[in-house]
Design a binder for this molecule. Sequence first.
Ligand code: F3S
Length: 62
Amino acid sequence: MKVTVDANRCEGHARCWEICPEVFSLDETGHGFVEVPEVPSHLVAHVQIAEQNCPERAIILS
Ligand code: F3S
């Protein structure tokens, strides 16, 4: 599974990073970005929870 953050949608709610800091980071403006685009299998469930909890629906799974 691959994950990206749509920078045009992200408003910096930081839930992605709170839920799965192994995959998501925050930049200097507090916006989320992906550190590990190819999600390891043991983190897939966490990334799915992050996707469901982003208020802007900015997390894209593929
Ligand atoms: Fe942005 Fe959503 Fe994370 S708004 S900081 S991608 S929880």
